[in-house]
Ligand binder design. Structure first.
Ligand code: TMP
Length: 257
């Protein structure tokens, strides 16, 4: 593990001071939590897989014009990223009813939504990341009106691109969570909004199109087993892990399945 100074430690990642000003090293842990960290486990190899999957997604998104914090992957568990001020909102995009949308509104899980929906949650563990509205965001200044519009349009572009990317490998992108940050460049007073954090099966719901099998963190939340195997399957389908042998290596490298 890196000996660098810890800037921030979250539930699944650690941010270290980067090698140059304006950079950070994002380290992916094997720790998994759910239900606001009431449920915890260590899933051998998860961090390695999420590092690779997130690298893949950020690189592809950047190639289609979505600005991201990702600079490059450094090793099995670390990537170099631009240092941003995280906007204290989790942006969730949903294509199919599941999770808290189903629970809150009584919409049957699996129902295709009439259109993609964008929701905002306040990043506050003590409050359990509550759902917030545009009114709250504006009144409390969590994002400016322009940033709010940008978050919605960027998130919908991410959704369009990732839905197609996953569909091409037989995976339905049910919903996902994004985080964004403000990046201050040069003398510009108005920061650029960059897609930050990670995109991985920890932050998405991914269902096999044919079987409906869950290939995401719901396997952990719902005690379905085979969590890292499902993440490895996502990586394999995306072409990140070419051979099933390599999948085994990545998982077993970190202590077996
Ligand atoms: P939800 O249905 O529980 O609100 O989750 C919506 C999406 O957001 C789902 O893909 C999982 C993801 N998510 C996170 O990445 N982090 C979180 O803390 C939560 C609650 C959800």
């Amino acid at each position: 593990m890196s000996k660098k100074r810890i800037i921030y430690e979250g539930k699944a990642k650690i941010l270290y001071e980067g090698p140059e000003p304006g950079t950070l090293i994002q380290y992916f842990k094997d720790d998994a939590t759910a239900f606001n960290a009431q449920k915890r486990a260590v899933l051998d190899g998860k961090g390695v897989l999420n590092n690779r999957i997130s690298e893949f997604m950020m690189t592809r998104l950047s190639a289609v014009g979505i600005p991201t914090h990702f600079i490059r992957r450094l090793n099995m568990r670390e990537q170099l990223v631009k240092k941003v001020d995280i906007i204290p909102l989790e942006v969730v995009v949903r294509n199919v009813a599941a999770g808290t949308l189903s629970k809150r509104l009584g919409i049957e899980e699996g129902q295709v939504l009439p259109r993609p929906m964008v929701e905002f949650y306040l990043k506050d563990d003590a409050l359990g990341d509550p759902l917030v509205t545009e009114e709250h965001i504006a009144a409390f200044g969590w994002a400016t009106a322009q940033e709010y519009e940008d978050l919605i349009s960027l998130s919908l572009r991410v959704n369009d691109f990732m839905s197609g990317l996953f569909a091409a490998v037989g995976i339905r992108l049910v919903d996902f969570k994004l985080e964004f940050g403000r990046y201050y460049e040069g003398d510009n007073e108005i920061p650029r909004i960059l897609l930050a954090d990670e995109i991985s099966p920890d932050s998405c719901r991914l269902w096999d199109f044919e079987t409906g099998d869950k290939l995401d963190k719901d396997r952990f939340r719902r005690d379905l087993g085979g969590v890292t195997e499902a993440y490895a399957e996502v990586a394999r389908r995306l072409g990140i892990l070419k051979e099933s042998g390599e999948t085994d290596n990545v998982v077993s490298f970190n202590g077996g399945k």
